[in-house]
Write a protein that binds this ligand. Structure first.
Ligand code: PEP
Length: 251
């Protein structure tokens, strides 16, 4: 299936960035305002930066969080709810990033609860899935991704917006990316899981690719069937690198 939807180019700053980096967001926003790429642009930043990032973005790009709590509010010291992210200026949140799954033991059920909470708060929930190197070697990629999709996606309330990010763990931050055929195969599999579960809504959902996306490979990845955008870690930290990716968006 060829995707004709407007792609989403999303950055993930991870645990990088204090106020002195906000100039990068101002630069990205200015360049998006001037070049008007045929894409929606989103930067997901640490919770401490969201309020100031949204101001720096000046309405030219969207700002998102990198995680949210499962619960709406309560005695959960240190957690940040989806409502709080929204209140600070976020319109989206990443949930189930492999670093959260690995370092914080987040299961599919936890990820689904976080995504549900994000949707209830009116945030776009970007749910990450992806296989490890060993799982790929053992031929388990499709099974793993299918199971993660089945377990990590909540029901979608009216007006809720969900996207999936396929991020093979071994491609994140490594400089290695899957072959085009492999990306196409996993995205096609994810699409069929989404359509089976959500019908037409599943057809319209964006499936992003993430893992070592840079200016040099962005265009060829965005050209692939069923790739509805990219999720970018390292190359989203500098305005120059992120801009270079944006220039690769097919017009
Ligand atoms: C990520 O962590 O979501 C990611 C895709 O990182 P990188 O682009 O640095 O591989």
């Amino acid at each position: 299936m060829r995707i004709t939807m407007r792609p989403l180019i999303a950055g993930n700053w991870k645990m990088h960035g204090v106020g002195s980096r906000l100039n990068q967001i101002e630069d990205i926003a200015a360049s998006v305002g001037a070049s008007r790429p045929e894409a929606d642009v989103l930067l997901c930043v640490p919770a401490t930066l969201i309020f100031r990032a949204a101001r720096a973005a000046a309405g030219q790009i969207a700002i998102g969080g990198e995680d949210c709590a499962m619960e709406a509010e309560g005695a959960f010291t240190g957690d940040v709810s989806a409502d709080m992210l929204k209140d600070a200026g976020a319109s989206a949140v990443i949930v189930g990033h492999s670093e959260r799954r690995e370092h914080h033991g987040e299961t599919d059920a936890v990820v689904a609860a976080k995504a549900r909470s994000a949707l209830r708060s009116g945030l776009l929930a970007i749910v990450c899935i992806g296989e490890s190197e060993a799982q790929r070697r053992d031929g388990k990629t499709m099974v793993v991704c299918g199971e993660q999709l089945a377990g990590s996606l909540p029901e979608i309330p009216d007006g809720g917006e969900l996207a999936v990010a396929y991020e093979p763990l071994w491609a994140i931050g490594s400089g290695h990316i899957p072959t085009a055929a492999d990306v196409i195969a996993v995205h096609a599999h994810a699409r069929s899981c989404l359509v089976l579960r959500f019908g037409d809504e599943g057809r319209a959902m964006r499936i992003l690719y993430g893992g070592s996306v840079k200016a040099e490979n962005a265009q060829s990845i965005l050209d692939l069937a069923d790739v509805g955008g990219v999720l970018i870690g390292g190359a989203s930290l500098s305005a120059a690198d992120f801009d270079a990716v944006l220039r690769a968006v097919p017009r």
